[in-house]
Design a protein around this ligand. Structure first.
Ligand code: COA
Length: 373
């Protein structure tokens, strides 16, 4: 049936993009023609963000200026700090980051002189600040300055979170995860952000659309859900037994499978290596081994492979990041991709408005109120 075939818009080409290729024969995953392996292994998140937003890799001078610019955009307006203080301690960090971004729109709206790229840079540089300002205010009453600390966005986040300079290995692991999370073609949140942009709405509205769409566990929320899964089990053996029960009950296992990839997620091997490296440095391989056992069971029983979210969970855990911050970290990185797509959508824009196959009742006669049951 036609509806089943197109359910979830699977295999539908919904537009054109020059930003990235996902799962395309002979091209693999690349951002503007650069392989994800090179970007993650040899570059930094700032180089990736610059590439996505400004269309080319920065040279040494441009990169230095860009990093200085981003560092100068970490500070939060006083009135935004007040708003963050009003959000309850029990709020989900995704509510905090979405509200913070939304509030910033009213203090620094998109207007002539404040470009889309500038807003993207501002949001990448300050969304971690929003989250950690709210976090420290509610856990220790501290009204922290968010402008200092760390050279890049990853280092800044870890330093603000832990109150000390991060180990280089930790900074690098988070930075790599940001590069991997930065962009992924017409995924659900990017497509949603493009739909909002296609109505000629503003940057902040399109970005908050992306945040809301990313949150669900079938999309970005899967990294948080994968950690919750891992924590249910105390050992690889328990994980195997528990997983067999979940599969028998036909439950979804978060962090596995993908709409576009059918054999593997090219980002997974890179983040898995980091999970192993951090475990070895910690001198405790148990969480890694528990994760690997789940991977083996999923391959054996379902022929399914881990996606980026699965090993990101153990990496973030080993960086001492609370589970509820996992999806917001995905937001920080994906702002780069969303913004590049919003900017691309605006060029030669046409409103995105598909049609639906109608499956409701045939037209009938109007029923006066007294005749209705
Ligand atoms: N655990 C268990 N079974 C899974 C699964 C998972 N993580 N992912 C897919 N499957 C099964 C489906 O139940 C379906 O089985 P069926 O044919 O017996 O009904 C089959 O594999 C095909 O999956 P389908 O639902 O068509 O995939 P999709 O393209 O609609 O959805 C995802 C893709 C990513 C949403 C899906 O794989 C999923 O829910 N994964 C877990 C959430 C996740 O990790 N999301 C992050 C993605 S980067």
């Amino acid at each position: 049936m036609a509806l089943k075939k197109t359910g979830g818009l699977a295999d539908v080409i919904a537009g054109q993009t020059a930003i990235s290729t996902v799962g395309k024969e002979g091209k693999g995953l690349n951002y503007r023609g650069y392989s994800i392996h090179d970007l993650a292994r040899q570059g930094t998140f700032e180089e990736t963000a610059y590439l996505l937003l400004y269309g080319k890799l920065p040279d040494a001078g441009e990169l230095k200026c860009y990093k200085e610019k981003l560092a100068g955009l970490r500070k939060l307006p006083e009135r935004l700090r007040k708003i963050l203080e009003q959000l309850p301690a029990s709020a989900h960090p995704m509510d905090v980051i979405r509200t913070g971004i939304s509030a910033l729109a009213s203090f620094e709206p998109e207007e002539p002189g404040r470009s889309a790229q500038h807003i993207a840079d501002r949001l990448m540089a300050s969304s971690g600040s929003m989250l950690l300002y709210w976090h420290h205010f509610h856990t220790s009453g501290t009204r922290m300055d968010t402008d200092g600390g760390g050279d890049g966005i990853a280092a800044h986040f870890l330093e603000l979170l832990h109150g000390r300079q991060p180990e280089e290995r930790h900074e690098r692991a988070l930075d790599v995860s940001f590069t991997l999370y930065a962009e992924h073609e017409f995924n659900a949140s990017t497509f949603a952000a493009r739909v909002t942009a296609s109505t000629l709405s503003d940057m902040y509205s399109a970005i908050t659309t992306g945040v809301g769409t990313l949150r669900g566990p079938l999309h970005g929320g899967a990294n948080e859900a994968a950690m919750e899964l891992l924590e249910r089990f105390g050992s690889p053996e328990e994980a195997e037994a528990g997983l067999m029960e979940m599969l028998a009950a036909k439950q979804l296992i978060m962090g596995f499978g993908h709409r576009v990839y059918s054999v593997s997620d090219p980002r997974s091997d890179i983040i898995k290596e980091w999970s192993k490296t951090l475990s070895a440095a910690l001198g405790d391989m148990e969480l890694y081994e528990r994760s690997e056992r789940i991977e083996q069971v999923m391959r054996r029983e379902k022929g399914l492979f881990p996606n980026l979210d699965f090993y990101s969970a153990s990496v973030y855990r080993m960086l001492g990041i609370p589970t509820s911050f996992f999806t917001p970290l995905f937001v920080v990185a994906r702002i780069a991709g969303w913004s590049a797509h919003i900017i691309e959508q605006r060029v030669g824009n046409r409103i995105i408005r598909p049609t639906a196959e109608y499956t409701g009742p045939e037209p009938g006669a109007w029923l006066p109120l007294a005749d209705r049951k």
